[in-house]
Design a protein around this ligand. Structure first.
Ligand SMILES: [Zn+2]
Ligand SMILES: [Zn+2]
Length: 278
């Protein structure tokens, strides 16, 4: 089966530019990924606050435009309960698209969070979304020919735990790892990047002094230079895509010195609607 990843958004949770900030900055939607097939299947990883606009942009995709189902997606998987990653689920409620039983794959803690808090609880109770809690490392197939597996990663856990998703095209064997958010590289997360053909990884910040007015230790993320040093030995055999960019990250500007440096080192910077064959 022919499968393709489509980057629906490449910004950190607040989007680029953030609310009230300079409109001169090139727009990026909040991080989210679609998996599409040439048969018109479509699966969503993370439901961002920009979901309406992202799905509209996806309608221009040649495979997605052939989709016959009235539902915009065959299912959704959520990485964690920070605002940029799940609040787009409101679009599946009775005020909007009113999905009937949209399969929603999440960790047990995420399932508990959605079941216990409004307005998400209403989506569950009225059957707009059908929660499928995943055991650690449990594989699932949104449709025949593609499998996904959650990978637990360290990340601020005020509400839920956090996972990345391993994605495999069963017919080609090509695999991708989608990891939009983590605090620091754990040995497990690092191993997953080494084991996948393609990885799209959290690169919220380029350097540690990027937000002079905020204490960055309160929202830790691996920084771009560290991530590139860590994975430089994989470049050539693996495709590594830097995503989930904060508005302050110079990688948001393709003309910046930092963007040119990343490209020269063999790394890719995600852009909205970027397509990657799987
Ligand atoms: Zn995030
Ligand atoms: Zn987060």
């Amino acid at each position: 089966m022919n499968l393709r990843l489509v980057v629906l958004g490449s910004a950190q949770d607040g989007g680029v530019p953030q609310l009230g900030m300079s409109p001169a900055q090139e727009q990026r939607y909040t991080a989210s990924l679609a998996i599409v097939s040439d048969g018109g299947h479509a699966f969503l990883i993370d439901a961002s606050p920009d979901l309406r606009h992202q799905q509209r942009a996806l309608m221009a995709h040649d495979w997605y435009s052939q989709r016959s189902s009235a539902d915009p997606f065959d299912g959704v998987a959520i990485t964690h309960a920070h605002m940029g990653h799940y609040t787009g689920l409101v679009n599946f409620g009775m005020e909007a698209q009113a999905a009937r039983g949209l399969p929603c794959w999440v960790t047990p803690r995420m399932a508990q969070f959605l079941t216990a808090n409004q307005p998400w609880q209403a989506l569950v109770v009225f059957g707009h979304i059908a929660l499928n809690p995943l055991a650690e490392g449990q594989e699932f197939e949104p449709w025949e020919g593609v499998s996904l597996r959650p990978v637990v990663v360290p990340h601020r856990a005020e509400f839920t735990d956090t996972v990345g998703f391993s994605i495999t095209n069963q017919s080609t064997g090509v695999s991708a790892f989608y990891l939009p958010d983590l605090d620091a590289w754990s040995p497990e997360a690092e191993r997953e990047v080494a084991n996948h053909d393609i990885s799209l990884v959290d690169t919220s910040f380029y350097s540690r002094d990027e937000l002079p007015n905020r204490d960055m230790s309160t929202f830790p993320h691996p920084i771009a230079t560290d991530t590139m040093d860590r994975f430089e030995h994989l470049v050539g055999e693996r495709m590594i895509v830097l995503t989930h960019l904060n508005h302050s990250n110079p990688l948001t500007d393709p003309q910046s010195v930092e963007s040119k440096s990343a490209a020269a080192r063999g790394f890719h910077v995600a852009t909205d609607m970027m397509e990657i064959d799987l």
